[in-house]
Design a protein around this ligand. Structure first.
Ligand code: PMV
Length: 344
């Protein structure tokens, strides 16, 4: 029998890692070589919004991203669709949507593929929307988001979230879980300095594969450095110890970019402006005699600053002082409640 059309719409936020995921041990299941940890941003600022519709009268699965039809045969998408359908069939072999095709429409309210974790929000959102459509809820959902884009598994929860690398070959223990909810550290803020909103040059997928293949430093990072940092930063978060949190955040960003430089041929995600911002913030912290602004950079030139509420105005004034006629926008988000938006 043909079913009518059923729909679900969800939004999912971006997350910004303070311990970076870089390197896969399994490129099909998207299993990482190291655990990672991120803060989930406020939904109001940067989010993906996805509507999924299902009906057995649809002739095929289809997807539109930011208004443009994309290739549904994309392996990552197929992994996600297949995994949600399998989970639904496991719960109910006669699931009403078992023969339905699915149409997906997703929009980001921020630049896609510019190192602002668009794939994380996108896949987390897709999985949340499909889970609602199929009526499945499970910790397994983080594993399904993971097979779309690794870092997406950390966007299904708020606050600070860890993604355990796990040890199993089937990935069943490579899951995300919440370290603390947003309410634990209400003074924590996130500022995003958009240095360049264009598409990044080297995708994280191909970048991390070349790093794993050619870098002599990456194994030391994954095996020795990150396990200790995961413990230390979790404790700093539990204790609301911004000095330790900020130092580890900056060191881990630096080391991730060091492994990119150690990749052969080298990968440069940060540009001259990114490096200038590092210098400005370093001088600012030194002058204050404490860490007030902790920078971190993903696979792109944009700077994300973790800071405490009482220093936001000071940091914004500092950035405006050095980049007075900047065309770039400031997006100010926070990992807790309200947020606002201002342009320089
Ligand atoms: O999930 P991906 O393939 O977009 O990789 C994300 C990698 C970084 O953003 C650089 C780090 C991270 O942990 O989010």
């Amino acid at each position: 029998a043909k079913t009518g059309v059923v729909r679900a719409t969800t939004t999912a936020p971006v997350n910004i890692a303070v311990i970076k995921y870089w390197g896969k041990r399994d490129t099909k299941l998207l299993l990482p070589i190291n655990s990672s940890l991120s803060g989930t941003l406020d939904q109001e600022q940067l989010h993906a919004r996805t509507t999924v519709a299902a009906s057995s009268s649809f002739e095929a699965d289809e997807i539109w991203l930011n208004g443009k039809q994309e290739d549904i045969s994309n392996q990552r998408l197929q992994n996600v669709l297949g995994a949600v359908r399998a989970l639904a069939a496991k719960k109910d072999p006669e699931h009403p949507l078992k023969d339905a095709h699915i149409k997906i429409a997703s929009v980001n309210n921020f630049p896609t593929a510019a190192g602002l974790a668009s794939s994380a929000a996108g896949y987390a959102c897709l999985v949340a929307a499909l889970a609602e459509l199929f009526g499945v809820q499970d910790q397994e959902l983080t594993a399904i988001a993971r097979v779309g884009s690794g870092s997406a598994c950390r966007s299904l929860m708020g606050g600070f979230v860890r993604w355990e690398k796990g040890t199993r070959d089937d990935g069943a223990d490579s899951l995300a879980s919440q370290v603390v909810p947003e309410s634990h550290w209400p003074d924590m803020q996130v500022l995003i300095l958009v240095v360049n909103a264009g598409k990044k040059g080297v995708s994280s997928t191909s970048g991390m594969q070349s790093t794993v293949k050619t870098s002599a430093l990456i194994n030391h990072r994954a095996e020795v450095v990150v396990p200790q940092r995961m413990k230390d930063i979790e404790k700093a978060i539990q204790d609301r110890d911004f000095q330790t949190f900020g130092r580890i955040t900056m060191q881990d960003s630096n080391q991730f970019h060091a492994t990119c430089l150690d990749t052969y041929p080298p990968i440069f995600y940060m540009n001259d402006v990114s490096r200038q911002i590092v210098q400005i913030l370093t001088q600012y912290n030194d002058a204050a005699g404490e860490i007030r602004a902790a920078y971190t950079y993903d696979a792109g030139p944009n700077c994300v600053i973790y800071c405490l509420k009482q220093h936001v105005q000071e940091i914004l004034s500092l950035v405006c002082h050095y980049f007075p006629s900047s065309e770039s926008e400031f997006v100010r988000g926070r990992s807790t409640t309200a947020s606002d938006y201002s342009s320089t």
